[in-house]
Design a protein around this ligand. Structure first.
Ligand SMILES: Cc1ncc(COP(=O)(O)O)c(C=O)c1O
Length: 323
């Protein structure tokens, strides 16, 4: 038995469709209690603020967010007895709003992008609320270093991670997981993914795109750019087509940013695959043991690409993503 819903934070690492001679695996973060990877930094930021004496139960928290951090915070605030105001661009999905309200959070919608939401959150902070600041709060990447990254190291067992592919919002996931993986596997290649029409890391210029969670339109303080070996871009329509493919062909229901990183993880896997090596399948529920014969050598030599699927496709149903 767990002491709190917050003690259930964590996710499985699941093999997905992989090219010959390589394995692609994803952290399926929809398994977290609030349904996304953002439960991790939400809990960590509240904990850090309590430790620093900045927050105590009963206080009001304010956060600008494109959605999942808001849901993570709404869950943590409900469980720890905080009031919460979320400031969110009105363009983000209806599911996100309803879930936050279900957890008891107050929601302020702004016409504009994340910059507009940040400006409004600053005003509410000036009026007395505590802002946790996911774009600059070190507890955000630290949560991914301590939990997501650590889980990956444990879950790959004897295998080495050759590449890590992550979409970038606040940069918390890429920076925290990237730092932990580099520590464990010094040669790991780290690939950042951003929206093709809002490619700030690749072009230095912000643009307009419909991705939820990825591509904030600026370089976040929490993004450790020194960890990044390369940046790849994905168009929203291609990411959404990949979401439909993952759902229909693999039974993996995920949102837009996960579709984008799935495409790039496969690209990287195709590039580093060793065609002479047959990577033994990871046993699944229908197959108790790995195939008896492998003509390609040891499983731990097979190139492994790890990525993150941040949230569930259920969070995007109203956008028509799966229609
Ligand atoms: C759906 C989704 N994908 C990707 C990200 C990017 O994660 P990070 O903020 O750790 O860079 C987020 C962050 O909010 C998200 O909600």
């Amino acid at each position: 038995m767990k002491g709190s819903i917050l003690d259930t934070i964590g996710s499985p690492l699941v093999q997905v469709d992989s090219p010959d001679g390589a394995t692609v695996a994803a952290k399926v973060e929809s398994f977290n209690p609030g349904g996304s990877a953002k439960d991790r930094p939400a809990q960590a930021m509240v904990r850090a603020a309590e430790r620093e004496g900045v927050l105590e139960p009963g206080d009001r928290i304010v956060e600008p967010t494109s959605g999942n951090t808001g849901i993570g915070l709404a869950l943590v605030c409900a469980a720890r007895d905080y009031d919460l105001t979320i400031v969110m661009p009105a363009s983000k999905s209806e599911e996100r709003r309803r879930i936050m309200r279900a957890y008891g959070a107050d929601l302020e919608l702004v016409d504009g992008d994340m910059e507009t939401a940040r400006a409004r959150a600053d005003e509410l902070e000036a009026e007395g609320a505590v802002q946790l600041g996911q774009f600059e709060n070190p507890a955000n990447p630290e949560a991914h270093y301590r939990t997501t990254g650590e889980e990956i190291v444990e879950q790959v067992g004897d295998r080495e991670v050759d590449a890590f592919v992550a979409g970038v919002g606040t940069g918390g996931t890429l920076s925290g997981v990237g730092r932990r993986l580099r520590e464990e596997f010094p040669d790991v290649e780290i690939v950042a993914v951003e929206p093709a029409r809002n490619a700030v890391l690749s072009t230095g210029e912000a643009g307009e795109d419909g991705f939820q969670g990825m591509g904030p339109g600026f370089v976040s303080e929490n993004l450790d750019v020194d960890l990044i070996d390369s940046v790849e871009t994905v168009r929203l329509e291609d990411a959404e087509a990949e979401c439909r493919r993952l759902a229909r062909e693999e039974g993996v229901l995920v949102g837009q940013s996960s579709g984008a990183t799935s495409i790039v993880a496969r690209r990287v896997a195709e590039r580093i695959a060793d065609p002479d090596r047959e990577c033994p399948a990871v046993p699944d529920a229908f197959e108790a043991a790995p195939p008896a014969e492998s003509d390609g050598g040891e499983v731990d030599d097979c190139p492994l690409v790890v990525t993150v699927f941040w949230d569930s496709g259920e969070r995007y149903l109203s956008t028509g993503l799966f229609d």
